[in-house]
Design a protein around this ligand. Structure first.
Ligand SMILES: NC(=O)c1ccc[n+]([C@@H]2O[C@H](COP(=O)([O-])OP(=O)(O)OC[C@H]3O[C@@H](n4cnc5c(N)ncnc54)[C@H](O)[C@@H]3O)[C@@H](O)[C@H]2O)c1
Length: 208
């Protein structure tokens, strides 16, 4: 039986998840967030550079009776970020929530790291948050009078363990302070592995 405490206040709200796919039927952080938001009655635009993986997430959501749509796009491209925000607005007329989930790993010390890989990790893990937020924030203000952004960090930002570039890339989202409602989620491999368990209850999103 559902009580008032089960209402996350997300019914009718619209979420955009970057990297909302996952290999096969696996559960990554983005897919888990998409499923949880849909269970909380949000409408979810699942974005992934591999459209098939986003479509699989949407199938999983629709099998549970949720509302979602898949969209291809590489969030290292500003054009694609703009298109993703527009796609959410075109389909549902508003945007309330952005999950900046995309991120890639990197191993080794400063001495081991190549400049090319360092730049790539910073581009994918940090710049994509800027690019998507840059286009999502005006859309949120215009269509929903505000919203929420979650930047996915990592426990590696707090406890460095030899993944120097990755740790560096995850620190900004751990310390971000902005005149914007911004939530940082630090996840671990263990919590990702147990993501299906986390799908059993939605997190609540602060009211705009
Ligand atoms: N997996 C872990 O153990 C772990 C631990 C802590 C934090 N995290 C963080 O969680 C987030 C998600 O990691 P994950 O392991 O669940 O996901 P993942 O590596 O399985 O990737 C999820 C999806 O992102 C997509 N993607 C990758 N680059 C993209 C791009 N440029 N544009 C659009 N889509 C793109 C992939 O196609 C994939 O479907 C990352 O920010 C990661 O740093 C993961």
């Amino acid at each position: 039986m559902q009580g008032p405490e089960d209402d996350a206040g997300l019914a009718g709200k619209v979420a955009l998840i970057s990297g909302g796919g996952a290999a096969g039927d696996g559960i990554g952080n983005g897919r888990a967030a998409a499923i949880l938001l849909a269970r909380a009655s949000a409408k979810v635009l699942v974005a992934d550079r591999d459209l098939k993986l986003a479509e699989r997430t949407v199938e999983m959501i629709m099998a549970e009776g949720g509302t979602a749509a898949a969209h291809g796009g590489d969030v290292t491209s500003e054009t694609d970020c703009k298109i993703l925000v527009e796609a959410a607005l075109d389909r549902w007329g508003r945007l309330d929530f952005l999950d900046n989930n995309v991120g890639i790993g990197s191993r080794g010390s400063v001495v081991d790291e190549t400049p090319e890989q360092y730049r790539r990790v910073m581009q994918v893990n940090v710049e994509t948050m800027f690019l998507l937020s840059k286009h999502a924030i005006p859309a949120m203000i215009k269509t929903a009078k505000g919203g929420a952004i979650v930047n996915i960090s990592s426990i590696s930002a707090l406890r460095p363990r030899g993944l120097t570039t990755y740790t560096t890339s995850k620190a900004p989202s751990s310390v971000s302070r902005a005149p914007w409602r911004l939530i940082t989620v630090a996840t671990t491999s263990a919590s990702t592995a147990s993501a299906p368990d986390r799908c059993t209850r939605p997190w609540s999103m602060p009211a705009a």
